[in-house]
Design a protein around this ligand. Structure first.
Ligand code: NDP
Length: 486
């Protein structure tokens, strides 16, 4: 089967596609079948240089434009993304294996939302006026940082490129973006569309490669900031590398987030929330609520309803709009998840449904619910990054808050209850960057998103993201004769 997924060239630099076959070949695999659908080449040092140099050349003029002009280009790019949603969603499905039913509503559209949102804000980036008494005052100027590096994970290649690119560009920066080597296709389309929308060459360059290319960006003196979406171990390495030259960082890392379901919750909503928190994108979502704490009084009913709902998952060709559950994005990730399932069984977790590989071409794991899970089990402690929900039980509010917080991660949390006082009281005590009440995993562009503790630093989306792509210059204005000691 031909998928027409081969990009024009591996990299997009200075407004055009660029190839350098001297870089290691990277096979692009369609995860639903395991077939190779394209080849790209990792960036050589020459390509990395070219990308950084062109970004550095372009950035100052871009920063000097009025914000509304920058914003207009971003909003135009948002419109093009939406116009081409069908083709972009298909490419995202080929790149990641996620069902087209998901990619049509969650990827190019989410990227367009970010471009539109930050396009709108670009004209409103402003500082503060600080009266200092006696007529003196200070003011602040949010300055762009310069050239920023974006490094992406493989689960949301279009969205991650836009979530990083849109605020960076709105604030007057340039970006060199390195997608995950396993999903290299979609960010190229984002670059192409931004330039078609009028972005001057050099401001959003995409270069391919694995960890070493990301590491080169994280240490290069031309880079002022690194924004990474990835795992905690990679985050530690990138943060440490960036510290050598005191770069700004945003770290969007992994999680093991709690989803707490009280006995007064609307149970069908809670089941829907738990499904969205575990099986969307086959569980390859950083913010997933994978530790589902269910009140003892309703756990039987919850598991029964959940099992019946999971049995309705439509597992099949991700390009078929009826399919709502796809494969793992890589074979390696499938093997990691299978290893976790073996460990869970060995440690005493009960498999309610799933728990095995689906025997078909590609990298498929059945949606899995584990019950009788205890806090100490590996499946309740480690991020699995696959379609594996661990169900734990609790009886008291204080107890569940303490157990929910007993993790090194702090990305997200969720609470299902009809008691609004309890909902707010509980989320206020959960150590998580983002919490949902009677919902899960919705991340609109206007809402800050990011982690605490090991899950990261900084925030994406909303006005907060602009703060992370600017630094404040403060200006003191004297209005009096200057006093001096002598
Ligand atoms: P990885 O940490 O393996 O990789 C992330 C990116 O970093 C990839 O582009 C990778 O390159 C690159 N990289 C690897 N090593 C280095 C290095 N030493 N220096 C610089 N860059 C490097 O994550 P995954 O791609 O496996 O993504 C899954 C992880 O991402 C999960 O832990 C998940 O929770 C997290 N994630 C977090 C999100 C959030 O917003 N908080 C959202 C989505 C995912 P390559 O892979 O090509 O080798």
């Amino acid at each position: 089967m031909t998928h027409d997924a081969q990009p024009t060239a591996s990299h997009f630099i200075d407004g055009q596609y660029v190839e350098d076959t001297a870089g290691d070949a990277i096979a692009v695999i369609y995860p639903a079948t395991g077939e190779q659908i394209a080849t790209v080449h990792a960036a050589t040092p020459a390509i990395i240089d070219r990308a950084l140099d062109s970004a550095a050349r372009a950035q100052a003029d871009w920063a000097a434009l009025p914000g509304v002009e920058r914003g207009r280009i971003l909003r135009r790019a948002a419109d093009i993304l939406r116009d081409r949603n069908d083709a972009l969603s298909r490419l995202e499905t080929l790149d990641t294996g996620k069902p087209i039913q998901e990619t049509l509503v969650a990827d190019a559209t989410s990227g367009a939302d970010a471009l539109e949102y930050f396009g709108g804000l670009a004209g409103d980036i402003s500082g503060r006026h600080i009266p200092l008494g006696g007529g003196d005052f200070a003011y602040t100027i949010p300055r762009p940082l310069g050239v920023c590096a974006g490094i992406g994970a493989w689960n949301y290649p279009t969205q991650i490129a836009c979530w990083k690119g849109a605020p960076a560009l709105a604030a007057g920066n340039a970006m060199v973006f390195k997608p995950s080597e396993t999903t290299p296709l979609c960010a190229l389309k984002v670059a192409e569309i931004l330039h078609e929308a009028g972005l001057p060459p050099g401001l959003f360059n995409v270069i391919q490669g694995a960890g070493p290319v990301g590491a080169a960006l994280s240490t290069d003196p031309r880079v002022a900031k690194v924004s990474l979406t990835g795992s905690v171990p990679t985050g530690r390495k990138v943060y440490a590398a960036a510290a050598q030259s005191m770069k700004h960082v945003t770290m969007e890392l992994g999680g093991k987030s709690p989803l707490v379901i009280f006995d007064d919750a609307t149970l069908d909503d809670a089941v829907s929330g738990a499904i969205n928190a575990n099986f969307y994108s086959s569980g390859q979502v950083c913010s997933n609520g994978t530790r589902v704490f269910v009140h003892e009084a309703v756990v039987g009913d919850f598991l029964e309803r959940l099992e019946a709902r999971v049995a309705k998952a439509v597992i099949g060709d991700p390009l078929d709009p009826a399919t709502n559950f796809g494969p793992m994005t890589t074979e390696a990730q499938m093997q990691i998840v299978l290893g976790h399932l073996d460990t869970a069984r060995a440690e005493g977790a009960r498999v309610v449904c799933g728990g095995h590989r689906i025997e078909r071409a590609g990298y498929w794991i059945a949606p899995t619910v584990l019950a009788d899970v205890t806090d100490a089990m590996t499946c309740a402690r480690d991020e699995i990054f696959g379609p594996v929900m661990s169900v734990l039980t609790f009886t008291a509010e204080d107890e569940v808050i303490a157990r929910a917080n007993d993790t090194a991660f702090g990305l997200s949390a969720g609470v299902f209850t009809r008691d609004i006082a309890r909902a707010h009281r509980v989320v206020a005590q959960l150590k998580a960057g983002t919490a949902w009440i009677n919902e899960y995993n919705l991340t609109p562009a206007g809402m800050p998103f990011g982690g605490s503790k090991a899950s990261g630093i900084g925030r994406e989306n909303a006005r907060e993201a602009l703060d992370h792509f600017t630094e404040v210059q403060t200006v003191y204005v004297g209005t009096h004769p200057v006093e001096a000691a002598f």
